[in-house]
Design a protein around this ligand. Sequence first.
Ligand SMILES: [Zn+2]
Length: 381
Amino acid sequence: MKERNTMDNEQMIIDDTTINVVDQSFIKLVVDVKKELKLVINVKQAASAVMIVDLLGQDQRLNIETILADHSTLTVLYLNAGHNLMINEEVYIDQRAKYKVAYSEMDEDKVKRIANYYLRGFQAEVELVSVALIKDQIHQEFNCHHQQKETVSFKEKILNKSITHIGYKGKWIIMQLSQGFLFLSLGMGGDLFLKRTADIGPDKRYQLRLYFDDKRSLYISFWWFGYFHYTDNGFEHSMTSLLGYDPLGDEWDLDIFYKMLEGKKGNIKSFLMDQHNIAGIGNVYIQDILFYARLHPLKKIDTLTSLEKKKLYNAIIGQLKKSADVGGLKYEKDLYGDNGGYDFEYVAYKKGKPCPVCNTTIEEIKTGATKSCICPACQKQ
Ligand SMILES: [Zn+2]
């Protein structure tokens, strides 16, 4: 009940309305009406919102229309969503948008069925928010809302600030400023160069350019999509606050990994790629990681022996560290334009070539939305 009480101070009282989300937003909706409530949620391009709908455990009628533009994300958490709830929900979603839904009193299969039903005919990704995590998340997201009250433009927020520290979380680069934080994600890839401002004139290939007073500029270009966000506090960024363990960080170890896998039933590749579990493993690295551990990507987690889990743990750290030590992948460039030194070691992107261990021809298989190269002899399902 603690979280609930805290949030009540901030509740939004609305009648039939349209909510436009243009950046990162937290929406708390307490539904306490007997009549039917009509609500339109319009999430603009590249924006993301977390919406908590608290139904107060009463009979409620909700008529929700959700419009999701390119690369937008909407997470809806229904609290007190018991059998009395009647939601008439229509979702218009772009293929590259994400719609996540969770009901606090329903099992995962039911939530998934409902989400798929609403998204039928679309190829968008349906992702479920862990029901067990809901309470912690509310509290965190509430803080986020509370501190984003004042609206000052993005430029004003970062003008005349210095970058005091640069870190990362998962696939995000986090720049701590003398006041505030910048969060950068290159999405499916991008360029990030630091150059003397005079060396490059106006260049349309870059979507963003930060000028520094030492006459250098940081150029950012997204190959497909990306995010560049400002927050006053590091913890209030919803897209990174949900990320899982840093595989190269001190907080993650073998015992935690064992515990994370306990009771899990899905396949191992999906688990490792889910950024809410471990943040930072993408399709590029997972293929050689799984080969090193001699695991088939679709192998079920509950069939793994503790030796296999240990091998996998070592493979994750080993492969990522090897790449980080030499500045990333061969085709990636650092801030100054120099290439990394890591090349694929075993089977990744080597379809048709011989396995480095047993010479069997490497195959490419479909693993959900992604593909994986495997050695069919070394990595049996
Ligand atoms: Zn092999």
